[in-house]
Design a protein around this ligand. Structure first.
Ligand code: MSP
Length: 658
């Protein structure tokens, strides 16, 4: 029999800003599902990539002084870019598409031409509202309080010659697809789509632009570029070789696939994309699942909150598997959830360190201590199983199918809930059997103790198999510790209690999930966030002094406003400038300052500055300095930077600072 083909995709990321934990959530979830289907023995193709055209990228590249291609190359393939992040997060995509890849561009041109030739794309005049950040056109009636219904930002009036796609023609078929099939999930998304877009009447969609050029050119009408969503959505089939020779998977039956997407792009995936496919005469996706958003403090994640939710920082601090697990365990997949670092640490401590980590470390430690790392033959069965033996065996034995039912319904959080019921039951089983008490009389109780430990290893093994899609690296370590070889790690064996050889070599290894100290971790996280912020801006600041100075001591420093009457470079010195200053006393004050690197003397004459005037006099290169000018200092890209403190010229010389 042919191996079942399973094609799953995650939205291709728009590389205008850096990725945050919300994007990571979406891609990790898709990866977990892809790995689950591989575990089932299916032939899986998992696609991800980047969506690289559009006005926003053109604008950002201009701002950065580079070409759009250079701009996206850096964010996609540069250090700590998209490709690096997915590697770090252990994303097992089989293919990575960039919409700037030549084969994709060519396919999009052919798709656009096909839609045009079959009469579903026509030329007209676009009048409406455009949301630049979302790259979306809206009609007046779709706006919410006059603003973009997706992001709530201002929209601009726009009018230009453009091509339109006859979306209206497909309204009936799309309604049918949404209402009468289980194409779109969860069901709540169907109601949203029908209420917001289908019921008010589907309007034709503007699918080309002439006001910028960073896009796929319409080859039969120069000056037009293909609307970025038509370009982006096509990736799901161009990456399989649709209308190109780069790949040949489309005709080999990989499509239709499963599209996992975030809720704000469900409209594109459940209305526009199926309509495009209908127009092309191609099958619509098997499934579109619209997951919820991770929120930060109840609101959207944004660039300004960037480093707080930088997946690099979180993965480096807490471990990739712990982060993947947390994302899937904590937030019901179809709904929004509030992300916080405290919640992340709590989840690691409760589920991973306490429940799973303890089960594995206690069991393997006892196997080592009481049996020298291999349980005796025969330990897998017990003549008269006790009620809790049976309970554990039945709960763990039936876990695989309960888990599969949840995974098949895109509910990884519920699948994990099922696993943790077994883990908790197993920990209770340790307390019920008090192995340490049994161990006091090994001659009498040795066989029973071996059986208890075998049952625990079996429970850990089955949970380990089912946790593999979530934590691929940690489960490898778990298997090595409990002695589960390849044949005891398979999907089939997860439903077979007793698949672990009785005398498997058990090796207590490193603690799989050490406890995290909340206060210490939060402090370290703050420091990492600050370091990332500084590295990004290139600015390094001196740490603030923690030692306190009492108020009276502070008041002893006399800071005054001074005006520069004259300034010259000190001969034979590269650094020093000599200032003659009006300090309001009527007597000129001379101060020397080592700031020539940053200022030319003639530029400073007439400036109003600040000086401390009661420092003891000091000789520098034979000149006396009576005080010190105050500057702001920091480092920028590793270089010392200095700015003299200049104040309002209206302030009279001699004014005291307090
Ligand atoms: N480029 C489009 C997708 C084109 S697919 C043909 C896009 N890119 S995106 O970078 O803005 O978003 C990528 C994915 O990340 C989307 O599924 C989006 O919903 C998801 N997320 C972005 N922020 C998110 C959260 N805060 N929480 C969960 N997922 C979110 O849209």
């Amino acid at each position: 029999m042919d191996q079942k083909k399973f094609y799953i995709t995650t939205p291709i990321y728009y590389p205008s800003d850096k990725l945050h934990i919300g994007h990571t959530y979406c891609t990790v979830a898709t990866d977990v599902l892809a790995r689950y289907h591989r575990l089932l023995g299916e032939d899986v193709m998992f696609l991800t990539g980047t969506d690289e055209h559009g006005q926003k990228i053109e604008d950002k590249a201009k701002e950065a002084g580079v070409t759009p291609k250079e701009f996206v190359d850096r964010i996609v393939e540069g250090p700590r870019g998209v490709v690096d992040l997915w590697k770090l997060m252990n994303i097992s995509n089989d293919r990575f598409i960039r919409t700037t890849d030549g084969y994709h561009v060519q396919s999009v041109q052919r798709i656009f031409k096909k839609l045009h030739e079959n009469g579903d794309i026509y030329k007209g005049t676009y009048k409406g509202k455009y949301c630049k950040p979302c790259e979306s056109f809206w009609t007046e009636s779709q706006l919410v309080d006059g603003k973009c219904p997706d992001c709530g930002r201002e929209v601009q009036a726009a009018e230009e010659e453009a091509y339109f796609f006859r979306l209206s023609k497909y309204a009936g078929r799309i309604r049918d697809l949404l209402e009468n099939t289980d194409f779109l999930e969860p069901r709540s998304r169907v109601h949203e789509m029908v209420r917001n877009f289908i019921d008010p009447g589907l309007e034709d969609l503007c699918v080309s632009r002439t006001s910028f050029s960073w896009g796929v050119p319409v080859d039969f009408d120069p000056g037009h570029v293909v609307y970025v969503w038509v370009d982006a959505l096509s990736n799901y089939i161009t990456a399989l070789g649709y209308e190109n020779d780069r790949y040949h998977d489309y005709e080999q039956g990989w499509w239709p696939g499963v599209n996992i997407v975030g809720k704000e792009i469900v409209r594109f995936h459940s209305i526009i994309w199926p309509a495009m496919l209908m127009s092309l005469g191609e099958p619509v996706p098997k499934k579109c699942f619209g997951h919820g958003w991770l929120l930060l403090d109840g609101g959207k994640m944004s660039k300004s909150k960037g480093n707080v939710v930088d997946p690099y920082i979180l993965a480096e601090q807490f471990g990739v598997d712990a982060l993947r697990f947390f994302l899937m365990r904590t937030f019901p997949f179809g709904s929004d959830g509030n992300f916080s670092n405290e919640l992340l640490i709590q989840t690691i401590n409760t589920d991973l360190a306490n429940d799973l980590g303890n089960l594995v470390s206690r069991t393997t430690a006892m196997a080592g201590k009481y049996f020298g790392n291999a349980l005796p033959a025969g330990c897998g069965t017990w003549k008269e199983p006790l009620s809790f033996d049976k309970e554990l065996q039945e709960l763990a034995g039936g876990l695989r199918d309960r888990y599969a039912a949840e995974m098949d319904h895109f509910a990884p959080h519920k699948a994990l809930e099922e696993i943790f019921k077994v883990i908790q039951r197993a920990n209770k089983y340790i307390d019920e059997n008090t192995p340490w008490a049994l161990a006091k009389d090994m001659e009498q109780n040795g066989p029973r103790l071996a059986h208890v430990l075998y049952n625990l290893l079996e429970a850990a093994r089955i949970c380990g198999i089912l946790l593999t899609p979530f934590m691929p690296e940690s489960t490898e370590k778990l298997f090595a510790q409990i002695g589960a070889g390849e044949e005891a790690r398979t999907w089939d064996s997860a439903a077979r209690w007793g698949a672990l050889p009785e005398t498997a070599a058990v090796l207590k290894g490193e603690n799989l999930f050490p406890r995290v100290d909340m206060d210490k971790a939060m402090e370290e996280l703050e420091a990492a966030v600050e370091a990332a912020r500084q590295a990004e801006s290139g600015v390094e600041l001196e740490p603030q002094l923690t030692e306190k100075v009492d108020f009276d001591t502070f008041c002893k420093s006399d800071f005054r406003v001074v005006k520069v009457k004259a300034c010259e470079a000190v001969k034979k010195s590269e650094k020093l400038l000599k200032f003659i200053l009006d300090d309001g006393t009527g007597v000129d004050r001379q101060i020397l300052s080592g700031i020539h690197k940053w200022y030319e003397p003639e530029d400073l004459v007439g400036k109003t500055l600040v000086a401390i005037v009661n420092l003891p006099p000091r000789k520098m290169m034979g000149h006396e300095s009576n005080g010190m000018l105050i500057s702001a200092v920091h480092k920028e890209k590793g270089e010392e930077a200095l700015h003299l403190l200049m104040v309002d010229d209206a302030i009279p010389a001699g004014a005291k600072l307090c």
